[in-house]
Design a protein around this ligand. Structure first.
Ligand code: ASN
Ligand code: ZN
Length: 326
């Protein structure tokens, strides 16, 4: 069908036809379903359906618009994991999750739940727009991937790595989608305008730009909120992808410092994301901390590219650049 989204323009979304009715079930992606909570806060919601195969009108006031964005984001995330990493769905079993939109009243968040194998989006409030952007969708679905792989405990340093995993693949999915209305960036949630001043939720080049996240590891980082202790790992991913210093990507200017003052040479975000994915799925465990993430990613890069490779050097330098190892 045709999705007229709020954030990504006119896109294709998966749907099925049942008699003269169309349903927002993506049969090409594990029958992922998009449902309407209609401001409720429990239950599976009502499957979006209607007499035509056009979903939304690009405006938040249209009930189907959030559904179009959520279905599109879920599809992009499915395609990224399938096409880039060979992973068929969040559990790797070919089964699509579901997305619930219009959760509660004035709800300014989105969340994944393993219990319902589903994600949920609020409509925002005030200046904060609906949470249904590509990067937020990918962030939430990646919590499901982490739950089914490394199972990083959602507190302490492993919690920060869990959050960073969601931010890393949020950026990776957004870049991979290459949607001209929402080009890839190293910002998280820039479309939501959650503070009403145009700033994103998080910055990966220098996470402290948000006023709370940390740029580098320190002993004790395990005691802060996981959305802030994710900062150093997000920063590591940026440094490894793009290198240290100033750079503009897709029209967004970044400036990434290192904690040791030494330069890092970027290896490109595709290799960086591959290294993180393989570490997540073959090296990390529920209690992996920053030191363990360093060991795991260096091991993966060594397997992929060789111990003497430029990739292993950059992985190691990027960890040193956030004060891990040396
Ligand atoms: N949106 C938040 C997140 O995915 C919800 C939470 O705190 N888990 O991080
Ligand atoms: Zn999260």
């Amino acid at each position: 069908g045709t999705g007229n989204t709020q954030y990504s323009g006119q896109v294709t979304v998966g749907s099925v036809q049942s008699g003269s009715t169309f349903q927002l079930t993506d049969s090409g992606r594990g029958n992922h379903r998009t449902t309407n909570l209609n401001r409720g806060t429990s239950g599976t919601g009502t499957l979006f359906s209607g007499p035509d195969d056009i979903w939304g009108n690009g405006q938040a006031a249209n009930t189907e618009t959030a559904a179009a964005d959520a279905a599109y984001g879920a599809g992009l995330t499915w395609d990224y994991y399938k096409n880039v990493h060979g992973r068929s769905g969040i559990r790797g079993d070919g089964v699509g999750a579901s997305s619930r939109v219009h959760y509660g009243n004035n709800y300014v968040n989105a969340f994944w739940q393993d219990s319902c194998f589903c994600m949920t989006y609020g409509d925002g409030a005030g200046n904060a727009k609906p949470l249904t952007s590509i990067d937020v969708a990918a962030h939430e679905m990646t919590h499901g991937v982490t739950s089914n792989t490394a199972r990083l405990v959602y507190s302490g340093e492993s919690g920060g790595l869990n959050e960073a995993t969601s931010d890393i693949f949020a950026a990776a999915v957004e870049f991979h989608a290459a949607n001209p209305n929402d080009p890839g960036d190293y910002l998280v949630g820039e479309k939501i305008d959650i503070r009403g001043n145009g700033t994103p939720l998080r910055y990966m080049d220098r996470p402290s730009r948000d006023g709370s996240s940390k740029d580098a590891w320190y002993s004790g980082i395990g005691s802060i909120d996981v959305h802030y202790s994710s900062g150093p790992a997000n920063h590591w991913f940026y440094l490894l992808s793009e290198g240290s210093g100033a750079k503009t990507v897709n029209g967004v200017a970044y400036d990434s410092p290192t904690s040791d003052g030494l330069p890092v040479t970027g290896i490109g975000r595709e290799k960086a994301a591959l290294i993180w994915y393989k570490a997540l799925t073959t090296k990390f465990t529920s209690t992996t901390n920053y030191a363990g993430a360093r060991t795991g990613t260096i091991a993966v890069a060594t397997e992929l590219y060789g111990a003497a490779s430029a990739e292993v050097k950059s992985v190691t330098d990027a960890w040193a650049g956030i004060n891990v190892g040396a």
